[in-house]
Design a protein around this ligand. Sequence first.
Ligand code: GDP
Length: 198
Amino acid sequence: LNYQSARFLISAPTLASCPTDSGAEVAFAGRSNAGKSSAINTLTRQKALARTSKTPGRTQLINFFSLGDDTSRRLVDLPGYGFAKVPEKVKLEWQRHLSDYLQRRASLRGLVVVMDVRHPLSEFDQTLLGWADDKHMPVHILLTKADKLKQGAAKAALQQVKNRLREWEDLVSLQLFSSLKGQGVEEAHQRLDGWLLD
Ligand code: GDP
């Protein structure tokens, strides 16, 4: 698939305002600051397709991108989670939106969870994996910012996360990634192709 042809489609504040639930889409989730926007931009070779929210606390949107003009294949940028300063009530609301989306979206083929390789498997990362597991939804984990570690340490981190996820190995795949270096783009594209092209 031509990921470079990705373009902004629509922002949706709730599940009800998402585009028609047909075709196939892949959603990206991650703790805020993990590197999710950078990963989406790197995978689509665009500078600012996905933007980081600099204003934690405001209502966050689900952003949809189509691959080319054909809106039947989409990438979805889910709201980042884990802002420390967000009031509990707002956090719960975001979580409800995410869980609604994951539970009900029929065109969702797979979930990419972006984690900082130095801080993988946050509490909410694990909650998300649990939800995906409940739905038998395949997950691909990008352990990003791999450039921040020496090669050996990055490989060790990958292996550690693999070991911790062993019980989910049927559903979960993972790889090292770096937006800064463009590392892991090919591997990620292959996984997305597998979901979007079947
Ligand atoms: P988001 O909140 O998950 O969308 O995170 P961003 O993509 O905005 O990234 C958060 C910060 O991490 C920014 O300062 C990025 O420049 C930096 N960053 C993201 N990806 C990488 C990476 O692969 N390597 C390095 N060194 N920094 C990265």
